[in-house]
Structure formats: structure tokens, C-alpha cells
Ligand binder design. Structure first.
Ligand code: TEU
Ligand code: CA
Length: 534
């Protein structure tokens, strides 16, 4: 029951995982060829970022056909084979479900341009003001306006993300029926569930203008509204027929709104991805970073551990820069990489590992805007140029925060092409693959990779680490300590988030140490030391 509570889920960004046919683009046969790696790591399920047909304006988050596989990634047969081969290894497959918007190349949208077609109301269409103004003053997630004029229909359509991602209109019941059919289509193929993209913004209560804000003006008209809850309950009924699981990406949620989306009694989602801990190092908008203060981070994690019955645990994904330079230290790459693994794998909730995290991959080493691919980075750079920000500053902000930081190809080997592809890759490979790669770490028992494997196995052996209660013991400026306990079994985790030695009040026998220490623990921690005590 609730298999996902005991699971370790691994996120794959298909474009950057493994190329199998020498076109420089990761693909499904490539994923299949690497299932053994995932099994060795101890993965129970994989979440695939979108592999549906898409013009790739936002790398698959702009879907043009929900029932076709993007030919760059393979065929439907490949997908079916992936599901079957994963199942043979005890690994479930979770698809990304993107239903807030479709690509403007979807036939629903193309036909929606015609006001007399059955698809006329599938999207949010509106007229601008007589003075040439947009239908309202909302601002989108990618730092620009969220209305685009369509010359054929002579109206604007709403797009909260890129302009080729048009928001679906769930006020039209036909749209929800379409989504239900899509769910059944994939569940019938044997997928175990869905990661639901920006799921708490589906329902827009009105298109009225609202008070101007630094970001997301207008968001009170769509953030976690009753209409969305209603949609989720309807989808739940279908998911339940299949015993399927859902994790929803929920933007701008606080514990209270998160509970309303995934509380047991709600019959909506099983879990949510919240963002508060990822916002700890930013000032209001993600592009403006401030110094990372560990205590703020610890307090945030503790609050979510307390307030939610069950959390998702994640430090990385395809939208976030890599975690070591952010929350750890590149100067203490291995120690801090292992410490972050210890954090991820010992809190209460379902841990998600993003590809490459298990070998401590770092942010890209690009030097120019031209090397980037991400639509968000490009849009935001354009906006910064319009605001006359100097080039150096623009690059500094982009380089630190761009989503491409986490999207460079997986580093399998030290060779040219990193074992990812023999061809020129769609996005540059980090030069540090010569030192940071799986092949080397598999040979080294002291590597980040083996530490992940070991902790994943430990989590499996110790019910207290999976289902146990969480109790915060210390949240200082450097040290985070907490206890996990279940029916008489208690483990204490002590983490030093700093390059300096530290003191903790905890004592015990060392069960695991990222510095290889054994014996008794007297409360003294070396730089970036992580210990699990019994
Ligand atoms: O992301 C939604 C989201 O709110 C952000 O994380 C977003 O990526 C951006 O960083 C806001 O500044 C989801 C997907 O994870 C993302 O890859 C897609 O681009 C987006 O939805 C649109 O589908
Ligand atoms: Ca390929």
C-alpha cells in the first residue's frame, strides 16, 4: 500500500541522458540501455520529463500530440519496450503530464483559431483594448507578457509560459474530458502514474487585471483555486481505477495550500513538489540570488516536515541549478555532495534524485549566451536587455540561475562525448566530465555514487528512515541535526553545512560518516561532515 512512500524516484531528462543513434540527442533506446545503472543505484521508479510529440520550444513541455512519441526520442514501440524492460527490473515508469497548456502546434489550438470550430473554446481567447492594450496586465512565468495576438482569429490567447504554450481553458468541460482520455491512454500502457506539471494553476477564475507585482501579476486569479481542486478530484477517480500515483508540481504553495492539494482526505494528489526550500537563496525573484544561509534552509525544511503528513524530497531538477555549488561547496565537492545526499535520503518523504546528482554533476561551464538553449533564459535575457542591464551583469545572473545548468548531458565517461553521444550534443557537455563521471566513480568505493547507493540501501533496510517520525534537534548557522524514529528504532542525523569544524550536542555510535569515520561520536564535526548515528 502506498508503494511511493517507500520508493526512491529518479528523474530523467531524456534529451540529456543517453543518445543511442548518434544524433547528439538523448532518446528512449538510450534510457533502456542505462536501466542497469538505475537498478544498481537502487531506483524504484523513473519520472521521465516529457517525451511526447513536441516542437520543443520548451523541450517537450509544449506538447503537440499527447498520444505520440517525439520521433527524436524514438517510437511508441520503444516506449512500450521501456515500460516492459523497466518492469522486468522492478522499476516503475512515471510520465510527465503537462495539461495547463499545449503547444500552439497542437491541432486543438490550430482549430481553435476558427471561432466556429468545436475547439473554439479550448483556450483562453480575449480581445484587447480599443487603445491597442492587452486583454489584462498579467505577467507570465518566463518574465514577459502573457498574451499573444493571433491574426487569424483576431484575438489574443493567454500563455502563462512561452508564447507557443497556450493555456487550456478548463471552463470548457470538453477539455477535461480530453485530459481524462489521455490519462487512460497512458495508464492502459502500464505507466504507474504522473508528475503533473504546474498543476495548481489550471483554473483561472477570471481574466481581470490586478494589482501590479514584481512577478506574476494576476496570479491570485489562478493559484490553487477551488476549480483546480475540483478538476483534481475528477482525475483522481480515474487514477484510482488503476491504482496510479501522482505528484503535482505546485507553484507558490505554502504548507496550508499544499495540504489542500495532497492531504489524504482530499482525494486529489498523492504528493506535491513545493518550492520554498529552493527559494531560500533568492531575493523575491529567482534571478536575484542572495547569500545562502543554512539556518533559513533548515528552518524551512523543518517547517515542511512538521506541517505535511508526507513530503517530496528534492534538491535538484531540470529547472534548478545544481545543488553542490548552491547549498554545498565546490571546494569541498565530494564531502558536500555526500552531505547533501545524506540530507535528501534521511528526511521523511519520498526522495527524488535528478540525473547526474548521484555523481555530483555541477553547473555548466558555458561562457556565452549563444551556448544556451533554454527558452526561459533567452526570454529573461531579452527582458534584462530591455531594462538596460549591462551585459556583464546579465550574464552573471543568467549563468548562476539558468535551467541549462542542470540540462547538460549526463557524464558517463571521461572520453570525448562523455559516453553520452559520439555526435555534437544538442547542448554542450561540461568539460569537467574528465574528472566527474560515472565510469570513474563506479571504480572508486569512496565516490559520491557509491555513497548514494549505500544510503539508498540503508534507507531500504531501516524502516525508521522511511516511515519514521521526524524530530528536529538542532538548526544552527552551521549544524542541522534531527532524529528519525519508529517503534523503538531511532537514528540521528547530524550535518555540518560549512567548510569549518563545528560542534553538535548529539552523541552516539557512528553508523555512517561521509568522511569514513567510525566508532563513537563526541559532537565534533569536520568541514562538511555528515554522520548518521545509532
Ligand atoms: O515549471 C514550472 C515553474 O514554475 C518553474 O519551475 C519554471 O520552470 C520556471 O523556472 C519559472 O521561473 C514547469 C516545468 O518543470 C518547466 O520545465 C516548464 O518550462 C514549465 O512548467 C512550463 O511547462
Ligand atoms: Ca538520439
Amino acid at each position: 500500500m502506498d508503494w511511493w512512500k517507500d520508493a526512491l524516484i529518479y528523474q530523467i531528462y531524456p534529451r540529456s541522458f543517453q543518445d543511442s543513434n548518434g544524433d547528439g540527442i538523448g532518446d528512449i533506446p538510450g534510457i533502456i540501455s542505462r536501466l542497469d545503472h538505475l537498478q544498481e543505484l537502487g531506483v524504484d521508479a523513473i519520472w521521465l520529463s516529457p517525451v511526447y510529440q513536441s516542437p520543443n520550444a520548451d523541450n517537450g513541455y509544449d506538447i503537440s500530440d499527447y498520444r505520440e512519441i517525439n520521433p527524436e526520442y524514438g517510437t511508441m514501440e520503444d516506449m512500450e519496450r521501456l515500460i516492459a524492460e523497466a518492469r522486468d527490473r522492478g522499476i516503475r515508469v512515471i510520465m510527465d503530464l503537462v495539461i495547463n497548456h499545449t503547444s500552439t502546434e497542437h491541432y486543438w489550438f490550430r482549430r481553435s483559431r476558427d471561432k466556429t470550430s468545436p475547439y473554439a473554446d479550448y483556450y483562453y481567447w480575449a480581445r484587447g483594448g480599443a487603445d491597442g492594450s492587452l486583454p489584462n496586465n498579467w505577467t507570465g512565468f518566463f518574465g514577459e507578457d502573457c498574451w499573444e495576438f493571433d491574426p487569424e482569429r483576431c484575438e489574443y490567447y493567454l500563455h502563462l509560459f512561452a508564447k507557443s504554450q497556450a493555456d487550456l481553458n478548463f471552463h470548457n468541460p470538453a477539455v477535461l474530458e480530453e485530459v481524462k482520455d489521455i490519462l487512460r491512454f497512458w495508464l492502459d500502457k502500464g505507466v504507474a502514474g504522473f508528475r503533473c506539471d504546474v498543476i495548481n494553476i489550471l483554473w483561472k477564475d477570471s481574466l481581470d487585471s490586478s494589482k501590479k507585482k514584481l512577478s506574476l501579476t494576476g496570479s491570485e486569479h489562478y493559484l490553487t483555486l477551488e476549480g483546480t481542486h475540483d478538476i483534481l478530484r475528477q482525475l483522481r477517480a480515474i487514477l484510482d481505477e488503476y491504482g496510479a500515483f501522482t505528484v503535482g508540481e505546485a507553484v507558490c504553495v505554502i504548507p496550508e495550500t499544499a495540504r489542500a492539494l495532497c492531504g489524504r482526505d482530499r482525494h486529489e494528489l498523492d504528493m506535491v513538489f513545493s518550492f520554498e526550500h529552493m527559494d531560500c537563496d533568492q531575493y523575491k525573484v529567482k534571478w536575484i540570488k542572495r547569500k545562502f544561509r543554512p539556518k533559513v534552509f533548515f528552518d524551512c525544511l523543518v517547517r515542511w516536515q512538521r506541517e505535511l503528513e508526507w513530503n517530496t524530497l528534492y534538491l535538484e531538477n531540470h529547472d534548478q541549478p545544481r545543488s553542490i555549488p548552491r547549498f554545498g561547496s565546490e571546494a569541498h565537492w565530494k564531502e558536500s555532495g555526500k552531505l547533501l545526499a545524506a540530507l535528501l535520503l534521511t528526511m521523511r518523504g519520498t526522495p527524488f534524485i535528478y540525473q547526474g546528482q548521484e555523481i555530483g554533476m555541477l553547473n555548466f561551464d558555458f561562457t556565452r549566451m549563444r551556448q544556451l538553449d533554454d527558452v526561459e533564459s533567452k526570454n529573461v535575457e531579452r527582458t534584462m536587455r530591455r531594462l538596460h542591464l549591462p551585459q556583464k551583469l546579465r550574464w552573471k545572473l543568467i549563468a548562476r540561475t539558468s535551467r541549462d545548468n542542470a540540462r547538460t548531458p549526463y557524464q558517463w565517461t571521461a572520453e570525448r562525448g562523455a559516453g553520452f553521444s559520439d555526435a555534437r550534443p544538442w547542448l554542450g557537455i561540461n568539460h569537467n566530465h574528465e574528472t566527474i563521471n560515472l565510469a570513474q566513480q563506479r571504480e572508486d568505493p569512496d565516490s559520491i555514487f557509491h555513497w548514494y547507493r549505500d544510503l539508498i540501501a540503508l534507507r531500504r533496510e531501516r524502516p525508521a528512515l522511511r516511515r519514521g517520525d521526524f524530530e528536529a534537534l538542532e538548526t544552527g548557522d552551521q549544524v542541522f541535526a534531527y532524529r528519525r524514529s519508529l517503534e523503538g528504532e531511532a537514528l540521528t542525523v547530524v550535518l555540518n553545512f560549512s567548510g569549518k569544524a563545528a560542534q553538535s550536542g548529539q552523541r552516539g555510535r557512528i553508523l555512517r560518516s561521509n568522511l569514513g569515520r567510525e566508532g563513537g561520536f563526541d559532537g565534533t564535526l569536520q568541514a562538511w561532515e555528515a554522520v548518521i548515528l545509532e
